[in-house]
Design a protein around this ligand. Sequence first.
Ligand SMILES: [Zn+2]
Length: 78
Amino acid sequence: MAQYKNGSYLNKSDNAAYDTKHAPGSEAPNAGIYRCVACGDEIGIAKGHKLPPQNHHQHAPGAGKIEWQLIVFAQQKK
Ligand SMILES: [Zn+2]
């Protein structure tokens, strides 16, 4: 599970970007931390970089398919 120390650096948001599940190998639409819906593994990734494909993240048989869901969005200044 993602961790933090100072909660004043994080804002809660209901943005729909947090609801979308992304396939392995697809481009991350936002910079931030993503978690695998099936196993809870987490990664940090830059915007536009490819989410880890199947062969970078093995599941035990029957653990379900890999899908990445945004959990923390890194917000850049405009
Ligand atoms: Zn996983």
